[in-house]
Design a protein around this ligand. Sequence first.
Ligand SMILES: NC(=O)C1=CN([C@@H]2O[C@H](COP(=O)(O)OP(=O)(O)OC[C@H]3O[C@@H](n4cnc5c(N)ncnc54)[C@H](OP(=O)(O)O)[C@@H]3O)[C@@H](O)[C@H]2O)[C@@H](O)CC1
Ligand SMILES: Nc1ncnc2c1ncn2[C@@H]1O[C@H](COP(=O)(O)OP(=O)(O)O)[C@@H](O)[C@H]1O
Ligand SMILES: [K+]
Length: 480
Amino acid sequence: MLTAYPVHDIRRLEEAAIAADPRRDLMQYAAGALASVIADELVEGRGRVYGAQLLILVGPGNNGGDALFAGARLARRGASVTAVPLVGAPHRAGMDALVHAGGRVVGGAADVEADLGRYDLAVDGIFGIGGRPGLPDRVAGLVSLLDHHAVPVIAVDLPSGVDADTGAVPGAAVRATTTVSFGASKPSEFIQPARDHAGRVVRVDLGFEADQAVTELQQLDVDDLAAWWPYPGAKNDKYSRGVVGIDAGSTQYPGAGILATHGAVYAGAGMVRFHGSDEARRVLTADLPNVVYADGRVQARLYGSGWGEREDGAEVIAKGLADGLPAVVDADGLRHLPDGGLEPSWLLTPHAGELARLLDCERSEVEADPVGAAHRGADRTGATVLLKGATQIVAQPGRRSVLIAVPGPAWTAQAGSGDVLAGICTTLLAAGLPAPRAAVLAASLQAVTAAALPGPVPPHELAREAARTLGRLQQSAAPR
Ligand SMILES: NC(=O)C1=CN([C@@H]2O[C@H](COP(=O)(O)OP(=O)(O)OC[C@H]3O[C@@H](n4cnc5c(N)ncnc54)[C@H](OP(=O)(O)O)[C@@H]3O)[C@@H](O)[C@H]2O)[C@@H](O)CC1
Ligand SMILES: Nc1ncnc2c1ncn2[C@@H]1O[C@H](COP(=O)(O)OP(=O)(O)O)[C@@H](O)[C@H]1O
Ligand SMILES: [K+]
């Protein structure tokens, strides 16, 4: 599991580390680590550091300082280093160190634009955690020219231009080959679209001690998925593994009921009772003869996938709430929620548009701050929220920290993926998992399954493949 902290918390962690050891020079340590990553990439790209052409893009803050001190170290190793101050006054001591080590400082972007192609590598020291999203126009121009010349870019701490806290990229931003991240991961390392701007992330430990009070974003990895999945054991029977009740699909959208049922079955439900449309039932009888249609005991329910315009939606959900069982509410079911008063054991699975509707805001507002929007959704409804999309975020009412699923390939974005996912979530709720864990494991399973495939497959095949993923994960799972 990787943990990221918002910028104001990283600043606090930094202050605490300095207070604990005032003589330690964090910038020199950071610059040393940065220089060694740059050196490794130069050696990999061209065989040696000596003689390499290195361009340092320098902003007005400490991020530029890190880059300049790293540049000085590489100049001492024989690299030809050019620094270009781009915004405001550059870090004084860093500039002195670079010049002292034999580096060259030019006046501005115009002095390097003509022959950018000659650089082996550029270092983005424009903005770090003090950066506001976006880049000034002339800086954006230079950055896009570097892209045009395919000059690899190593970003210092984070790619300049992205929003470190939200992962949004509202304007121009650096696209890095590698990001050297200091002290603590930033949310932008986990959240799309900023995540894609970071490239490979190398984390440099600065000895920060996270205390309990900070807001955390915890991103699962495949090992967490393997270790946390509730594999059935010798003592399980079909009831203790969990009976799922599915009320999904409609005459208009029978596929949603079929797909959700595939998700539930292949994720390992002990039994699935299907209470959806007759059209879906006819297909399921042939495809999945294990599915049951009789009423009876269930441990968790799914409402909403493919309901379309369902007149009794609010009634069905109110009855489910009165039953007191955990439930997943997906897609069209989200239109029929009561105004607040849900339980954290209820899991809502909106995509950005559906969450925007729940919050009475624009979809763009959800996309500008998906973690914040997921929090607001959980707080407003009282339920756990899994915000789906390129980054899948799980928020709980009254808690500032969030879980983030293992990321998956973009082709998973296809009609029907959400239905399968809702089915997997319901299986995990029925197995007795708390809603946040059920949500993050289900989304991670789907992503890991998709990532192992060579390319797109339709959602029902992805569901079947998920069962094979579980087999592999169980074999690899280290007990925790
Ligand atoms: N945390 C740690 O432990 C360690 C941190 N270290 C390093 O320090 C970095 C943080 O440094 P930092 O605080 O000096 O901020 P940084 O981002 O360099 O610059 C802020 C300046 O940019 C300006 N500005 C911002 N956006 C702008 C825009 N869009 N367009 C134009 N201007 C803009 C902004 O202006 P203002 O907001 O004042 O208007 C301000 O002047 C951190 O990322 C890491 O690299 C390491 O050395 C060691 C350990
Ligand atoms: N850019 C993306 N990268 C990876 N996965 C994505 C991306 N966008 C969406 N997804 C996945 O696709 C699913 C889409 O769900 P949803 O929009 O509800 O589909 P539907 O309701 O049509 O079944 C999400 O759960 C997520 O897993
Ligand atoms: K940077």
